[in-house]
Design a protein around this ligand. Structure first.
Ligand code: SF4
Length: 304
């Protein structure tokens, strides 16, 4: 095994296959409605990131039931994590947050809740509620925090509306509640150097983050990034360079950290650029093959 795969880590933790079920809520994010910023992050499209999710008009229970009906037989899974994926899931009134998460907590075979949010939009009352749910229902709680890059200039260019310091504060807060943290990074932001990605690996090691979702940047048609791309404002590194970069990133990373993803995924019809015109699985296979040929693995360059 070249790296610490999420599916294996779940199997080890829960003793059987566990699958994350996306839930799409009728909410927004503070980087869109003006409370932090307007227009959203440059790479984000109108529907956020949940391309596999159902429409937000459906209840949490219906989304779970419908998705489980498809996923359970396909992947032979019997236990599930309710994954609040789209937009900023802690940017809503606390009462609403409680209602949505309670509904998921009480759903049959749900053994965990994962909440995706911005690092500058998470506070104690929301975490305290999750703690209560965790105790009442015996749930595992994970918070997904979008960092994307440690390069402040890139964060500014992408209109993220937060810097690295907000991420550090959020990590400390979440860890005080004993929840696991998954960090989102993008491995090929055009304004980043490869060193920025390796620095992100060192930061994640240092903070004892539990999991990483690394995305290859895709460019949505309906996004500011798409406009810049069409205008020729930047170019993308090639697939080979990305794979080399990801391998080195993995080698620096603490081998205990779980890898939830290494390539972005978006529908072809919605993108101007996605994974160099290849499937993420093909790229993934190439990465695995390359790591075998090189005889390297996650953490072999890790320094405590
Ligand atoms: S990526 Fe997240 S924070 Fe940025 S605009 Fe989209 S939903 Fe908001």
């Amino acid at each position: 095994m070249h790296y610490n795969k999420y599916s294996n880590a779940l199997m080890k933790r829960f003793g059987e296959k566990v699958y994350k079920i996306p839930i799409n809520l009728p909410i927004t994010c503070p980087n869109r409605d003006g409370s932090i910023g307007k227009g959203g992050c440059a790479f984000c499209g109108e529907i956020g990131a949940g391309f596999e999710a159902q429409e937000s008009c459906h209840s949490v229970s219906k989304q779970l039931a419908d998705n489980i009906a498809v996923i359970a037989p396909k992947y032979h899974a019997r236990k599930f994590i309710a994954y609040f994926q789209n937009y900023t899931n802690t940017y809503m009134a606390l009462d609403r947050f409680k209602a949505f998460t309670e509904e998921a907590a009480g759903f049959p075979d749900v053994i965990g809740i994962s909440i995706s949010t911005r690092p500058d939009c998470i506070s104690e009352p929301y975490l305290a509620h999750l703690k209560q749910l965790s105790t009442a229902y015996g749930l595992a709680i994970e918070i997904e925090l979008g960092l994307q890059t440690v390069n402040e200039a890139s964060l500014l260019k992408l209109n993220r509306g937060h810097g690295v310091s907000e991420f550090l504060t959020a990590v400390k807060l979440v860890q005080a509640f004993g929840f696991t943290i998954c960090t989102h990074l993008i491995g090929n932001i055009p304004w980043d150097t490869e060193g920025d990605l390796y620095e992100a690996a060192r930061l994640i090691n240092h903070l004892k983050i539990d999991a990483v979702k690394l995305h290859s940047l895709y460019i949505l048609k309906e996004s500011l990034l798409g406009q810049w791309y069409t205008d020729g404002e930047f170019s993308m590194i090639d697939a080979d360079t990305y794979i080399q970069r990801v391998i080195h990133f993995l080698r620096i990373l603490n081998p205990e950290i779980t890898i939830q993803r290494l390539f972005g995924r978006a529908p072809e019809s919605m993108t101007l650029f996605c994974n160099w015109g290849m499937s993420w699985r093909k790229l993934q296979n190439e990465l695995d093959h390359r790591m075998t040929m090189l005889g390297v693995k996650q953490g072999d360059l890790y320094e405590e």
